[in-house]
Write a protein of this length. Structure first.
Length: 447
């Protein structure tokens, strides 16, 4: 989980893309074929995104609401929902919502209305525009069928409505998914198509029955389709869980809509801070190893079944608080003691321990093969020395004795990056605050 993707080569095109990260493992830039035109995804102190290195191309308001870019201005309602986007050329997009926060309508600059309907579980079952309506039939949280009807007067209000054979159009599409959310096939009356996905589950190619490539797409670090062959929406799926609505320029992401042009959602996270995303509007910190399938919380396909938000760390910069006095080894010992208490109370800690490691931590108070690493170390001079005894300044990293064989403490980006003489820094991890939060939540539930 701690190893970041540095570069990737497309074997079909020969194009190499190199990636860069900040000290908190956020993906912050991409560079294609070593050219000078970097695509920046810069992050400020609170997680807001910028497309320039100096972070001056965007204006954010309270709560990380995106107010202005070089191309447009944005307005929000009192609930934090995007209600208007005015582009510099005067084109205006308007957005409306149901009482539960789901988008109900988009009014395009040409005044065309795109209207959405949802079932009782919040799944979108209809997308209507002018004289065409697209209907969706779901299998759990993935789309099983979609089809269109031309006469909007006959469109279905919900999945329980009766329908005749004439209601079903000839363009019925059946989608086949694997055990999760990765599409693997498209079935239509015209043929069967196999869908190829990358390591993240992002659809990248489609082939017909005869093995001919009929579609391909390549996304940038914001999720925008930067290159494609065939019809762009022949395969509408982008990052896992996202459906590209070309009519409105947004991706439907189950509980929210994602704007790939900005790298943000149009609505705040329905589960608030519990989502664990960079901001209430933000997508994941590193789209090279994480996803947000439901528009709620980040998840890593590199760790199947594990939400990155499960850690729910309380972190902040060392310049924002006062250090606790103590020696170098006291800081490490205090951190292990708090980690043990945190695991015993909540079942998880500041690191994604496996079951055997948790049992060892509970019995020994430590875990073999891990080093208590000083996040801001003594190579930072006075700042590092001030924090040497504070348990919040300790992160547990695999060392040379770890069974995995990788010494992250020495070689990792969160460690010493290849030499113990390198200065290291980063956000503090407040385990005591996490314990206090857990106790407070337990107390509230008992009332």
């Amino acid at each position: 989980m701690n190893h970041q993707l540095r570069s990737m080569v497309n074997e079909l095109t020969g194009v190499k893309v190199t990636y860069g990260y900040d000290e908190f493992s956020n993906l912050v830039w991409a560079n294609q074929d070593s050219k000078f035109d970097f695509l920046y995804r810069s992050v400020d102190d609170v997680g807001n995104l910028y497309e320039t290195k100096d972070k001056k191309d965007r204006v954010y308001g309270p709560g990380s609401r995106l107010l202005e870019t070089k191309d447009a201005q944005f307005s929000y309602d009192e609930e934090g929902n995007l209600i208007e986007k005015v582009e510099n050329n005067g084109d205006t997009w308007k957005y409306e919502y149901y009482g539960n926060g789901m988008m109900s309508k988009v009014i395009r600059p040409d005044l065309t209305e795109v209207i959405f309907k949802y079932d009782a579980l919040g799944r979108r079952i209809e997308k209507r525009s002018e004289d065409k309506a697209t209907h969706f039939v779901w299998d759990g949280n993935t789309i099983l069928h979609e089809y269109s009807t031309q006469n909007v007067a006959d469109t279905l209000d919900n999945l329980n409505s009766s329908q005749t054979d004439t209601d079903i159009a000839d363009d019925l599409v059946t989608w086949v998914f694997n055990d999760g959310f990765v599409p693997s096939a498209k079935i239509t009356s015209e043929g069967h198509y196999s869908i190829i996905s990358d390591y993240l589950g992002t659809s990248v190619e489609a082939y017909d029955d005869e093995g001919n490539r009929v579609w391909s797409a390549e996304l940038d670090v914001y999720g925008r389709v930067k290159e494609f062959t065939g019809e762009k929406d022949f395969i509408p799926f982008r990052y896992q869980g996202q459906y590209d609505d070309v009519e409105i320029g947004l991706y439907y992401n189950r509980f929210r809509y994602y704007d790939s042009e900005q790298g943000n959602y149009t609505q705040i996270d329905p589960i608030g801070l519990a989502g664990g995303n960079p901001t209430l509007y933000g997508y994941v910190g590193n789209p090279n190893n994480s996803l947000d399938i439901f528009g709620l919380a980040p998840k890593s396909p590199m760790l199947p079944g594990v939400d990155l938000s499960e850690l729910n760390l309380i972190m902040y910069k060392p310049t924002k608080v006062t250090p606790i006095n103590g020696s170098y080894y006291q800081g490490i010992e205090r951190a292990w003691e708090l980690e043990k208490e945190l695991v015993e109370k909540t079942g998880s800690g500041s690191h994604l321990w496996d079951e055997a490691e948790i049992e060892e931590l509970k019995s020994r108070g430590k875990v073999s093969g891990y080093t208590g690493h000083h996040i801001t170390n003594h190579k930072n001079g006075a700042l590092g020395n001030a924090w040497k005894g504070d348990p919040r300044n300790i992160r547990f990293l695999p060392n040379a004795k770890h069974v995995g064989g990788y010494n992250e403490h020495l070689y990792g980006e969160r460690g010493h990056r290849g030499s113990y003489t390198n200065a290291t820094t980063g956000r503090l991890i407040d385990r005591q605050a996490m314990i206090d939060r857990y106790n407070s939540e337990r107390s509230c539930k008992k009332r």
